[in-house]
Design a protein around this ligand. Structure first.
Ligand SMILES: [Zn+2]
Ligand SMILES: [Zn+2]
Length: 382
């Protein structure tokens, strides 16, 4: 079994001798740069923070949503004001005429995990398929140029199509990372209103640590995007490797993302994500539909030993366990995972509890993936 932590957030211990804390506790003059690292003057930032009125949870959520979903321009290779056409639209990261169409119910809904106002953690909820798995990533012209080749025909394992799927995942990840970093910067200015200095230091410290970690992984993801863009412009995808695992059966769960190879499927730790001196390798995954069922598609940069290791450890899983394990992997690692209401209703309470705890965990601590006796999906790998 994999180890899912009790608390979704990793708690960072702060040493009171840490220069950040020492500096925060010093006396500050009005025009000193603020100790929190915002770049503002102390007087305009933390001087009166303790007296400021905290925002309500509802207001915080709304403000954060506005910052997060801001439009950030077209992400197509060589996009420019003259090449782009139309507004920036909400692009689907999971093809709407492909895998997404397989999980839509009659009312046009699919399901995913989302925060709800009456529960502290994420809950399985339904959402209109038009809104599912989208991000404002491209202008309308470039959205259709990018989607065209992969949407016109059913997936048959072609390497070029695999890489195009990965490109969309990479762009989505970059968008989300940028949004997250901007949200964290924004949170630094409001989250600790009305709190005492100790709590302000905790909050600022943890925001700063997260901004640093996400900025590094953003840079890694941007470098991968640059490689894929070169491939798209040259029409040559030799700089990447892909692996497809074809299966027969109802898709029922779809997912696509790119993330760092921290553990393989057997639970071996490949890299310490919190050691910012090490570059992590990235692995893209997508579940796509094929003529007889679906395929799990992995893409990584050629020569990536960790990514290859993750894929090999997946290959080593017995065929009749692969689907069950991969569904677990998607829920624990990837918020861009959607499923059909009929599948969710078909699960027993124990299975639902397992999936919910995975979806709520923002990270996991290794451990081998093992298949459930009662399988989550009936995917027959060939
Ligand atoms: Zn400040
Ligand atoms: Zn464009």
């Amino acid at each position: 079994m994999i180890n899912v932590p009790q608390h979704p957030f990793r708690v960072s211990e702060i040493d009171e001798n840490d220069p950040f804390v020492v500096n925060a506790l010093k006396k500050h003059k009005h025009y000193d740069p603020c100790w929190c690292g915002s770049g503002k003057k102390y007087k305009k930032c933390h001087m009166h923070r303790e007296q400021e009125k905290p925002f309500t949870l509802g207001k915080l959520r709304k403000l954060q949503r506005d910052v997060f979903w801001r439009k950030r321009g077209c992400m197509y290779p060589k996009s420019s004001p003259s090449a782009c056409n139309g507004k920036i639209i909400d692009s689907h990261t999971i093809q709407r005429k492909g895998p997404l169409s397989k999980i839509v119910d009659e009312a046009g809904h699919v399901m995913h995990f989302e925060s709800s106002s009456d529960s502290p953690g994420l809950e399985a909820q339904s959402i209109g398929w038009r809104k599912a798995s989208t991000f404002p990533g491209y202008c309308s012209r470039h959205d259709s140029e990018l989607v065209g080749p992969i949407e016109r025909m059913a997936f048959d394992g072609q390497h070029e199509h695999s890489v195009l799927h990965a490109f969309r995942n990479v762009c989505n990840e970059i968008y989300r990372k940028q949004a997250l970093i901007e949200s964290l910067r924004f949170q630094k200015g409001i989250l600790d209103r009305g709190r005492d200095l100790d709590r302000q230091i905790d909050i600022q410290y943890s925001c700063n640590a997260n901004i640093k970690a996400h900025s590094k992984s953003l840079a890694e993801t941007e470098s991968l995007r640059a490689y894929i863009e070169r491939g798209i412009v040259d029409g040559n995808y030799d700089a990447f490797e892909s692996a497809c695992f074809m299966f027969e059966g109802d898709i029922s769960v779809v997912s696509s993302s790119v993330f760092q190879c921290e553990f393989d499927f057997e639970g071996n730790k490949l890299v310490d994500m919190w050691d910012l001196s090490i570059d992590a390798e990235l692995l893209s995954h997508s579940i796509v539909n094929t003529e007889n069922g679906g395929a799990i598609v992995f893409v990584w940069q050629k020569g990536g030993t960790h990514a290859k290791r993750v894929v090999e450890s997946f290959r080593n899983i017995p065929d009749d366990e692969k689907g069950d394990v991969f569904v677990q992997y998607c829920f624990v690692n990837c918020e861009n995972t959607y499923f059909s209401a009929s599948w969710w209703e078909s699960l027993n309470p124990k299975q639902r509890a397992q999936i919910t705890s995975y979806a709520r965990a923002l990270y996991y601590e290794g451990g081998a993936f093992t298949a459930n006796k009662k399988r989550l999906v009936g995917w027959n790998f060939t």
